[in-house]
Design a protein around this ligand. Structure first.
Ligand code: GLA
Ligand code: ZN
Length: 665
């Protein structure tokens, strides 16, 4: 596959034809090599059933190709046109309350609806055939951000019907489903699969957690099936073109591990200043770093950014404008964490519709301003770096296990009102980030054997196969971190019985649960070698069998009992953390782990300065990223020299970045 450095998302259909040649020329001059188009304009490309008109795309592709720019085309199935909705209003989605949602935004579609799928089949078949032999079209994107604006949809009759088929395949008999769902409680027995519905709002609000978990698994599978329908058509028509998808970091509706199986490589949309977290005074670079590390886990290889922030963002309300240097810094953070290609969203701010204020490289006027000039300078400077570094990975020794299964289970039962699965993982990630330790995310299905440390919080649903895999990792010398709410449920979301918690891993942890406390109205404290550090949300009270207490609680009637333990097992160690760690406690925990596993951080940096590496062959690229609004002084580790040969005086500018290299013989 050809490698690209930089690209842009482009919507020629929003602009007069006379401007397109100017755009294409400006793109080439600034260093754009690839453009994504077409993912929202179904109404233009098929103005009536079976009447296709791809002339806008044909012409735009021709002008771009004349400048040497290649194209990725999206299928527009996130925005079915008004004439389809008029003809088949039943394809609009239904929410949790049984209320239909209507045309006028996007994702106003039900992904299981067979009538909608017929419309899609017709469009995508014609579209794929039309562009299959166009050499400038190098790849496809199916739909757009699957799961976005659709996170809480769809509960309609068509989806219920598809759910029943999914359940029949899974359980075989209704008796087995009734057992797995524990329907003896509150008279929920189903005499027949035909009686099962989507888990809509109930009179009591509460849902059956087993029903709900299967619904979330089904909803993930449905998104993958929806993607597969289109991917199959596209691949059959054009086997030489790649398929990718613009994923959204930690978004959880579909499992990206599962969706990733259909992709040639993963892509991600990165908006560090997005309207949801749009404060300059809030440090979010750790979250952005984590989402990038997670996207790298989808295919366990470098990825693309399909939408990189290009300016101030927002819909009805806006965030802060990116400060000088930040657009380059944010793009460089993506590169540092494994992006081989950066596509900026969007070329030019749109004059119409919902996203008038989601700014592009060019303002509405079309005249280059600060955003454009900063990004252009960044692209010119770093295109050679992206070329030489292609395929390089961070060589992490620490992995964090991120599981969609466990996340779904905690979405259903968070236990503590402030407890969120991803935030919990982030307490560990953030401490590793502060220490400049490279991290990979992994799923249950990945090979963990290359890591010295595996942090696997909240292994709530414990199956014999997961237990076996965790045991094997430690037996073979790995250091494993398990936490509270591990080994509580089976795969059906029923509580394990007749075994000590943490069920199936109590021997690995070297302890058993006596009881627990949910810290609803208070924080707690942990004493670690005399130091008092805060904890929150939850406290497991444990009785150790073979584990050694590392730290004890400093509050409540269980003060003095173990809060954190470590158990030698086989050639490795299993740590158990009975509470949610404060930042200070997480720092202490991470320091203990690194010392125990003999892992060295990349380097020491001031707060807000991130150090990240990528490695290929014998070459290491070290990235220093200053997320602070003031200059920072940094001491470089031995053996590194500036990648660009420019002098290094030990200082990073405000929002500045520098890259260094070291080559081992
Ligand atoms: C998402 C979408 C884009 C656009 C931007 C800005 O990332 O993929 O189509 O809507 O957000 O809102
Ligand atoms: Zn539906």
């Amino acid at each position: 596959m050809k490698h690209y450095t930089f690209g842009v998302d482009y919507y020629p259909e929003h602009w007069p034809r006379e401007r397109w040649a100017t755009d294409a020329k400006m793109m080439r001059e600034m260093g754009i090599e690839v453009v994504r188009m077409g993912e929202f304009s179904w109404a233009m490309f098929e103005p009536g059933e079976g009447r296709f008109d791809f002339s806008v795309l044909d012409e735009a592709i021709g002008l771009l190709a004349a400048q040497g720019i290649d194209v990725i085309l999206g299928t527009p199935t996130a925005a079915p046109p008004a004439w389809i909705i008029e003809k088949n209003p039943e394809i609009q989605p239904t929410d949790w309350r049984g209320q239909q949602r209507f045309f006028g935004g996007r994702h106003h579609d039900c992904q299981s609806n067979p009538v909608y799928r017929e419309h899609i089949r017709r469009y995508v078949t014609a579209f794929a055939a039309h562009f299959a032999d166009n050499p400038a079209v190098v790849g496809w994107q199916v739909d757009n951000e699957l799961g976005n604006s659709h996170g809480d949809l769809c509960y309609c009759e068509s989806c219920e019907k598809r759910f029943r088929v999914w359940l029949k395949e899974k359980y075989g008999t209704i008796g087995e489903l009734n057992r797995a769902w524990g329907t003896a409680f509150w008279s929920q027995d189903y005499p027949d699969f035909e009686h099962i519905r989507s888990p809509k709002i109930t009179a009591a609000w509460g849902q059956n957690p087993s029903h709900d978990l299967d619904w979330r698994r089904f909803s993930s599978d449905l998104v993958c099936e929806f993607h597969q329908l289109q991917a199959d058509i596209l691949r059959a028509a054009a086997p030489g073109k790649f398929i990718t998808h613009n994923l959204m970091g930690f978004s959880s509706k579909p499992s990206y591990y599962a969706l990733g199986e259909q992709l040639d490589f993963a892509s991600h949309d990165q908006y560090p200043g997005g309207h949801f977290h749009a404060r300059h005074d809030e440090y979010r670079a750790d979250w952005h770093a984590a989402e990038l590390d997670f996207i790298r886990a989808v295919k366990q290889k470098p990825f693309w950014i399909m939408e990189q922030q290009s300016g101030i963002t927002g819909w009805e309300v806006l965030g802060r404008t990116p400060r000088p240097g930040q657009l380059g810094l944010w793009a460089m953070q993506c590169v540092a964490h494994g992006a081989d290609t950066i596509v900026f969203f969007r070329w030019r701010s749109c004059p119409m519709g919902t996203e008038q204020y989601w700014h592009g490289l060019l303002p509405h006027s079309g005249q280059p301003g600060r955003y454009f000039r900063e990004v252009e300078a960044f692209m010119k400077q770093y295109a050679p770096l992206l070329r030489e570094m292609q395929g390089a990975l961070p060589q992490a020794e620490v992995a964090i296990l991120r599981s969609y299964e466990q996340e779904y289970a905690f979405q259903i039962q968070p236990h503590h009102p402030q407890h969120r699965y991803t935030q919990h993982l982030m307490t560990y990630y953030k401490a590793l980030h502060r220490a400049n330790v490279p991290v990979d995310f992994v799923g249950e299905h990945h090979d963990w054997s290359g890591y010295k440390v595996l942090i696997a919080p909240l292994q709530f649903l414990m199956t014999p196969s997961l237990s076996e895999k965790l045991h094997a990792f430690v037996e073979n010398g790995g250091q494993l971190v398990l936490t509270w709410r591990t080994g509580v449920k089976d795969e059906s979301n029923l509580c394990h019985t007749d075994m000590p918690v943490p069920c199936l891993v109590d021997d690995l942890c070297g302890l058993q649960l006596a009881e627990y406390d949910c810290l609803r109205d208070t924080d707690g404290a942990v004493l670690w070698e005399g130091e008092r550090l805060a904890c929150s949300q939850w406290c497991d009270v444990v009785e150790v069998t073979t584990a050694r207490p590392v730290a004890v609680y400093g509050h409540e009637f269980y003060a003095g009992t173990p809060a954190i333990t470590c158990n030698e097992f086989g050639a490795g160690k299993c740590w158990y953390v009975g509470t949610t760690l404060s930042d200070a406690l997480a720092d202490r925990m991470v320091a203990a782990l690194l010392a125990s596993a003999d892992i060295a951080p990349l380097m020491d940096t001031p707060h807000g300065v991130e150090a990240v590496r990528r490695v290929k062959g014998g070459k290491t690229w070290l990235f220093l990223l200053n997320h602070n609004a003031c200059p920072e002084t940094v001491a470089l580790p031995a053996g590194f020299t500036p990648w660009d040969g420019a002098p290094w005086a030990g200082q990073l500018e405000a929002h500045g970045t520098r890259v260094f290299v070291s080559v081992s013989e």
